[in-house]
Design a protein. Sequence first.
Length: 79
Amino acid sequence: LKWFMRWVAEEYGQDQADKMWGRISGVCVKLLIAGLAQLVREYDAVWPLSKRDNAASQCFELLGIDVMIDEKLKPWLLE
């Protein structure tokens, strides 16, 4: 990702690279909002209220979000 962002900044300018990064971030946030209800259900299934302990690790890990960038530097969610 680092090399790609460097290339975008060199080809299109740092301002455009920053704007693209902001749009990518927006796609990721919208994806998480869309999946929030499912994440909550899965969290509750794994750690019911009766078994939750503040000291235990209770988290989910997102392994990756696939995004395609078009010629106008617009991100598109692939999955």
